[in-house]
Design a protein. Structure first.
Lengths: 269, 269
């Protein structure tokens, strides 16, 4: 089984990826983002992001109903179905789903962010959560009958409500549940950059333990990305390739050794 | 089996419908529209409808790539997943799908509209089609495993491309494939109005043959609606109820005899 994560940037070559996935012989599960479409749609609609600052000084995006509406339009609607369409056209019978559908991926709702309002501290809960369970029978039902699941946010919280979540964490949860031999992450960079400001600093090959060291030096979203990558090796030992999603044949290139290959030492692969 | 068609108006009570569907004991298939959301989104984004006039003087909306993008955002994204969410919250394990997903509903692409351009007649093909086949094994797979399919446009054409279609025609195709005993159509009116301009002209009970007579007098979208209603009786003999989707308990009301009940004489139900 191959688990393919497709980044949500505009330069990602969806059709090339779909052609490559269609040509793979075995089962594939796809997870994708859509942040570029989401951000553009928000700008076009004049829907501003609400950013809140916690008492500890940490800023984060507040996922309100409108943020979920945007996810539904950009991720679940436009990007998901365009990807399904590309896969169908290349001969792969894809089924596009969010975590909500059949509770395919459930989340635990986040407890909230402590914010200051006047002289009071309030706990502000938004519509976000951490992925915590995969509906494996539904996943198996689709895979065993020849369908290729194409997944994206939102997820379903304990009550069944839509919540936002990090797609990287969804991928880590799926890896633990499905134990894919290959995880391919297609991004808008030639691979994992040792220096994020230098496109020529692509790591060719890393051991899972290297991720921890890189993470200590990293900041912001890149730190979070490394943390999620590290989690892929928590219970399983896949071959993880981070490769360029902008080339003519992104998946074929990744399988041929392009980008960064991460393995777990002594895992025998 | 109950087939529920939910209109795409803003006044439709989605949560009440979801609560009612969740309370039904047997299998349910849902088809829904989202025209109000689509039209508002198009207006907010400044995406104008392209209307073309055929050589025979008939005007129709031209479904271009942007029209499909709007469908994907409004129908497949926002409305479909919000409905799935409401169903989950009420305890029904719903799976939201378009015709694209697993080629659940395939369409034959329309041949095109003959238009005049200068002194030439051109055949203008858009991204629209007629539903012609249901992926019954996938539908059965979901139903037999306790899932409630929630369907909407677009459909998949012969190549797997997204095409627009009439939801009423999708319902007629599904009825032929699934042979549901009950078809419930929830609209923004108290039932089928014998005079569309008079809300008090609700027909209480009609025979399928009455639809033909009404159709002869009707015009525009209402004529098309009656034609699609008539098709529900082509190969099967369901009880069709057209009822108000704006009440507190729309499905319960419909099953209790609200709105218009249409049956086929001599069908023994």
């Amino acid at each position: 089984m191959v688990l393919v994560k497709i980044g949500g940037g505009d330069a990602i070559n969806l059709d090339g990826i779909a052609a490559d996935i269609a040509a793979l012989p075995g089962p594939v599960v796809v997870v994708h983002g859509a942040n570029a479409i989401r951000d553009r749609l928000a700008a076009d609609l004049g829907w501003e992001k609400r950013v809140v600052t916690s008492v500890s000084g940490y800023s984060s995006v507040y996922s309100d109903e409108r943020a979920i509406d945007l996810l539904l339009m950009a991720y679940a609607g436009l990007r998901n179905k365009r990807l399904v369409e590309r896969l169908l056209c290349h001969g792969r019978n894809a089924v596009g789903l969010t975590g909500l559908d059949g509770r395919l991926v459930s989340a635990r709702r986040n407890t909230g962010i402590r914010v200051r309002q006047g002289d009071k501290t309030l706990l502000l809960r938004d519509l976000s959560g951490k992925p915590h369970a995969v509906n494996l029978p539904l996943m198996r039902l689709l895979l065993d009958n020849g369908y290729t699941p194409v997944l994206t946010v939102p997820l379903a919280d304990e009550q069944g409500c839509a919540v936002n979540s990090e797609n990287d964490e969804v991928v880590a949860l799926l890896q633990a549940a499905l134990n894919a031999e290959q995880v391919i992450e297609l991004i808008e960079a030639p691979g994992l950059l040792l220096d994020p400001s230098d496109p020529s600093s692509v790591a060719r090959s890393l051991d899972a333990t290297d991720l921890k060291r890189l993470e200590e030096r990293a900041e912001g979203r890149f730190k979070r990305k490394l943390l999620a990558l590290g989690r892929l090796f928590d219970t399983t030992a896949p071959t993880v390739v981070m490769a360029d999603g902008r080339t003519a044949r992104p998946v074929a290139d990744a399988l041929a050794g392009a980008g960064t290959t991460i393995t777990k030492r002594g895992a025998g692969r």
